[in-house]
Design a protein around this ligand. Sequence first.
Ligand code: PLP
Length: 365
Amino acid sequence: HSEDRVFNFAAGPAILPENVLKKAQSELYNYRGSGMSVMEMSHRGKEFLSIIQKAESDLRALLEIPDEYAVLFLQGGATTQFAAIPLNLCTPDDPVDFLVTGSWGDKAFKEAQKYSQPKLIWSGKPEKYTKIPSFEDLEQTPDAKYLHICANETIHGVEFKNYPTPKNATGLLVADMSSNFCSKPVDVSKFGVIYAGAQKNVGPSGVTIVIIRKDLIGNAQKTTPVMLDYKIHAENNSLYNTPPCFGIYMCGLVFEDLLEQGGLKEVEKKNKKKAEILYNAIDESNGFFRCPVEKSVRSLMNVPFTLEKSELEAEFVKEAAKEKMVQLKGHRSVGGMRASIYNAMPLAGVETLVAFMKDFQARHA
Ligand code: PLP
């Protein structure tokens, strides 16, 4: 970790690995002898084609994506996918099921109401989004076109550790993986669609990745804007219009880095270790710090916590910032603190935070 960089605990857009930033810096002005920056080159030229193709094949290697799945590099953020998914997978009359474990799932549910007939089969809202229900008890809609989940709720810190089996006619599970994408291995074949904004673990904002089973492509509702039609993007290998070229290049550098680290099993080990250190510090503070999320579903990526003496929270955030640990304030909707510890957060960042927490407690207990 370089002295001139802070430990950035932001939930997004989030940090990138320092070696990736340095590599991008070294190639920024003259990309590999091309005489121009990736930002300046044609998206149809051979250099950029090899960038996007390598990004896709590295992502396929990382997640072991089966050949029956298309990988799309799109724009508009995960929020755009809240609309694109029902538009591509449903008619306006089709029911779909939503299991809502936090506010992102709730947003997806609300957007889907415009283009389908979503049913809320379970919501964690009454318990302030601190739980995931037991899957056996879920009453699913037999003719639902899919079951939608948000694999990791960024604001509430609730993460699925295994996935419900869709009990509907199509057997399709659809997941928003924006905030835990590429943080651990995932069995892609369990999903109809996986989608993620890049800006937590894999790149700058502006790139949205969609992994979709190919047989689901091609049935978009008639009014679907061309930019939201998966068929258009799949047929054109994500080059129907000008793609977010520089962002895709950055994602490619991150995929390369994750492969060099040994792949997602190794990445998951590191993430588990970081999360364990932080949750242990919270749980062993005799109530000084508290994490409201049920232990079995605590996120490896986003760790929300509060102070017993809530009047000290602003002081905590301020003092931490002085020690170069920034963006620890919780989301405005839940308050308290939140430490986001995505892939690029080094172990040293978490260790520094935990040492600071202990010191803060000793001074204020
Ligand atoms: N879904 C999740 C889980 C998120 O964390 C976010 C953003 O933080 C979104 C969706 C919205 O993503 P975007 O800002 O890319 O539209």
